[in-house]
Design a protein around this ligand. Structure first.
Ligand code: SF4
Length: 497
């Protein structure tokens, strides 16, 4: 049998960008897997394993005897046609695929499911499934039906170790057919690419669709990029950038004064051209005048695992495990309170109780992107009837600093973002997040899961706990500093209730 040189994954890479396929085979030394990508892979594997656990009597095709052994084992299982098969291995036209799950139809043929750790079916999933089906049919298998099996976000984990209903099937036979019919041409093109010289393809928007490419650093080397690209303008930036690109205008600083119709865009343009930050302390004062004292600057850290971990939770549900609160009285004196759970147990009840204990009964609760904290508070209120009224009371006091920053401050180094991580370093005399071990919410989530993994020494767990505390406290103290800066307010001097 002809040796395979392509796989489903390689064809997916080719369809994103021929150069990506070429580099992934010929320049493996350039591949860098960052922590976020690794976390995505880990989730995919965990969901794949769970998908197998949910199918009774399935037989796993192993690679213990290499590819030939897997092909032979699959062939034997197909001949018996009596049990579901995991990782069934097929080859056709030099393309090797391993099919997540297949099971025999009562009358004839096989049903096929491609498992995905996403909340819905995506277009590129159908191309993956089409490749599987094309290879299987080429290997002589009759396909009875084909599905994308993805996570069912309505699933609620109600009993220990009972994940029945966690995945849901989306039948995709019709959608995959035109793609499968075209596979041979794609395979031949991919093979030609693989055996030729490095493709001459310039990087562009395709480098992030459907996935961020591992080779961006390599492909962008030596390419001069706009320092202040038009795409940094909020909301319609990409559209504006495309329109100006046609005219050869890549830099925001090259757009003539008055051409941008959106006043917020024009503010950004002026701040970028002049290198002078935009600052409206008067408006900031007006917008926050009724944020009564004591002011409670509050931030939550959450995890949202694809596979629910605790009873009563759903896939991807945001579960708060940590908060930081800086409480500022009228004199400007500040007290810090916090909560962190690193136990492998549902943290929500203890979190809610600690929060109610920490937050004073009156005063504005200041957050950055209020919708997030307000939603978590309302979810906790819905979960714990006896705490519901008190938690809803907190939710009703939540105010949002982000739109105030958006209307009253812009420094060109923010590059179009009002994420507090971008805003903070632009404020004179205030340090950013660079010195911290954990620098964003995704890193906080990864640290949380690392702390839960066994075996982990107590010193490493303590280290993680400290890093999480430092990070969350930074987020809330950053809000204290930001509001003072926005309003030109020194410590103290806030309105009294
Ligand atoms: S960075 Fe872009 S151009 Fe380079 S290989 Fe990846 S997708 Fe292709």
């Amino acid at each position: 049998m002809k040796r395979h040189d392509l796989s489903k994954t390689k064809i997916t890479l080719f369809e994103q960008c021929p150069k990506r396929l070429w580099l992934s085979v010929r320049r493996r030394d350039l591949i860098k897997i960052d922590a976020a990508t690794q976390a995505r892979f880990d989730t995919g594997h965990a969901v794949g394993n769970l998908a197998c656990d949910l199918v009774e009597d399935g037989v796993m095709v192993t690679m213990d005897e290499g590819v030939q052994g897997a092909l032979q084992q699959t062939s034997n299982l197909i001949a018996a046609a009596d049990l579901p098969i995991f990782e069934g291995t097929f080859q056709h036209e030099g393309v090797l695929v391993r099919v997540d799950i297949m099971w025999p139809d009562r009358k004839d043929g096989w049903h096929v499911a491609e498992v995905k750790s996403t909340a819905s079916r995506k277009d590129y999933h159908i191309a993956d499934l089409a490749t599987q089906v094309w290879v299987m049919e080429g290997a002589g298998i009759k396909i009875a039906s084909a599905f994308i099996r993805h996570i069912n976000t309505k699933f609620v984990y109600a009993r220990e170790r009972d994940y029945l209903g966690f995945l849901t099937d989306r039948r995709s036979d019709e959608e995959l057919r035109p793609i499968a019919d075209d596979r041979l041409a794609v395979v031949l093109d991919a093979r030609q690419t693989l055996h030729g010289d490095e493709p001459d393809i310039a990087p562009g928007p395709h480098c992030d669709e459907p996935f961020g490419c591992d080779f961006k650093e390599y492909c962008y080397r030596g390419i001069k990029q706009a320092e202040w690209p038009n795409s940094l303008l909020p909301r319609t930036g990409k559209k504006i950038a495309a329109a100006y690109q046609v005219k050869g205008v890549e830099e925001l600083t090259e757009i003539p004064a008055g051409e941008l119709k959106n006043p917020a865009h024009e503010t950004i343009r002026i701040a970028t051209v002049s290198a002078e930050p935009f600052h409206d302390p008067e408006l900031a004062g007006k917008l926050t005048a009724d944020w009564v004292s004591p002011r409670i600057y509050l931030d939550f850290e959450t995890i949202n695992p694809a596979i629910p971990r605790w009873i009563g939770t759903r896939p991807f549900q945001q579960i708060p495990f940590q908060f930081s609160a800086h409480i500022e009285d009228t004199s400007g004196a500040i007290e810090h309170r916090e909560y962190l759970s690193l136990e492998d147990a549902d943290p929500r009840r203890a979190f809610a109780e600690a929060l109610l204990d920490a937050v004073p009964p009156k005063g504005a609760i200041i957050t950055y992107n209020a919708r997030f904290e307000r939603s978590r508070l309302n979810e906790l209120a819905a979960r714990f009837g006896d705490l519901s009224e008190a938690l809803k009371g907190l939710a009703s006091r939540v105010v949002d600093l982000e739109p105030v920053a958006r209307q009253c401050w812009y420094h060109r180094d923010q590059k179009g973002s009002w994420s507090i991580k971008y805003v903070l370093p632009t404020i004179p005399g205030i340090s950013g997040y660079d010195d911290l071990d954990i620098q964003d919410g995704m890193e906080a989530q990864r640290a949380y899961f690392e702390a839960l993994k066994e075996p982990i020494g107590s010193s490493r767990r303590d280290e993680i706990a400290q890093s999480l505390r430092d990070y969350c406290a930074k987020d809330t103290f950053a809000m204290v500093e930001l509001l003072r800066h926005l309003t030109n307010e020194s410590a103290g001097g806030v309105a009294e209730n």
